[in-house]
Design a protein around this ligand. Structure first.
Ligand SMILES: N[C@@H](CCC(=O)N[C@@H](CS)C(=O)NCC(=O)O)C(=O)O
Length: 330
């Protein structure tokens, strides 16, 4: 685990000393957009037109942020147009690696490089910052288009529609304000809340994260009592962003990150909802609980020094979800 400093690798863990024991997620560096015609998107530079076979996704199956992009690649029928390389689940002193000695770890399918950091320095030899996944790579310009999952899923939602004919819209115009509002709370207290809880190095910082997390889970449980999806009858990006945290909850966050007031399976609506999303066409294939559990328990030495990977829990993700009793979109 470490970061690049002027293109050179330094092996350092997250610094929580300067922040009172709080984990503070750093911001990402690459913010360009693939668009249908190559015009510039909301940030970054233009010149990344939607083309089949031009772009490549670097992901970890363990990572909830990368998982969003994999789900959108499936939902939007992009699997034939965008290739994927999957890192090894162990993130140790060299950061993410392209070792292949774990089922599903593919190595670097484009260049055969050993480490994820080599992709970052290929884009910018003097780069400084963390080496995170996901990364959306442009094979033509040999650079990173974006390493921000929230933006990558929005590109995938529409940029390739002309190519694929898939016009399913997970960010519909009439629901955008509501989606942004729900995303903001879920990002801060749930998606990132589990990390803030798990990586806290003081009791106060931990409690500052874990209480709002469970308040949000109660709020979501309530919201999903009468709403099939977060925004009502239509499934949107807000649901997929929440899903990647929920699917990891009992296997990792409950124990390893000490988010243990309750388990996900103790919330009937959230648990049924998680199963429905898991059972959505093409989604189960993006869920790799072996990578998930192995990554967190094995990589975070400060949290789990003996690197023992627990064997459970046994979850029946294929059990009927019963959510059809709530009205779905026609
Ligand atoms: N804001 C980024 C966050 C990505 C991120 O933090 N990924 C984690 C894996 S779950 C990572 O690669 N961490 C490595 C590190 O922090 O050094 C996004 O949403 O794409």
């Amino acid at each position: 685990m470490g970061r690049l400093n002027d293109g050179k690798w330094e092996d350092v863990w997250y610094d929580t000393k300067s922040s009172g024991g709080r984990f503070e997620r750093s911001t990402t560096k690459f913010h360009s957009w693939i668009t249908a015609d190559g015009s510039a998107g909301p940030s970054g530079e233009g010149g990344f037109p939607a083309e089949s076979g031009r772009y490549h996704l670097y992901v970890s199956y363990a990572c909830p942020w990368a998982h969003r992009t994999l789900i959108f690649r499936e939902l939007k029928g992009l699997h034939e147009h965008i290739g994927v390389s999957v890192v090894h689940p162990e993130m140790l002193s060299d950061g993410w690696e392209f070792r292949t000695d774990f089922d599903g770890a593919t190595g670097d399918r484009l260049y055969g490089l050993p480490f994820m950091r080599d992709i970052y320095t290929k884009a910018d030899p003097q780069i400084s910052g963390r080496v995170t996944v996901p990364v959306l790579w442009d094979k033509v310009r040999k650079t990173i288009v974006s390493n921000e999952s929230a933006e990558i899923i929005r590109m995938f939602n529409s940029a390739f529609d002309g190519l694929t004919g898939n016009r399913d819209d997970y960010w519909p115009e009439d629901l955008r304000d509501g989606i942004e509002e729900v995303n903001a709370r879920i990002y801060d207290t749930v998606n990132n809340g589990v990390y803030k809880s798990g990586f806290a190095t003081t009791q106060a910082a931990y409690e500052e994260a874990v209480h709002p997390l469970f308040e949000s889970l109660d709020w979501l449980e309530n919201r999903l009592a009468d709403n099939r999806y977060l925004m009502g009858e239509r499934i949107t990006e807000a649901d997929w962003r929440l899903f990647t945290t929920l699917i990891r909850f009992d296997a990792v966050y409950h124990g390893h990150f000490k988010c243990n007031r309750r388990k996900l399976i103790e919330y009937p609506n959230l648990w049924g909802y998680t199963r429905e999303l898991y059972q959505w066409p093409r989604v189960a294939g993006t869920v790799h609980l072996d990578h998930i559990s192995h990554h967190y328990h094995y990589s975070h030495e400060t949290v789990n020094p003996h690197r023992i990977v627990p064997v459970g829990p046994d979850l029946d993700l294929d059990a009927p979800h019963g959510r059809d009793r709530l009205k779905a979109a026609a």
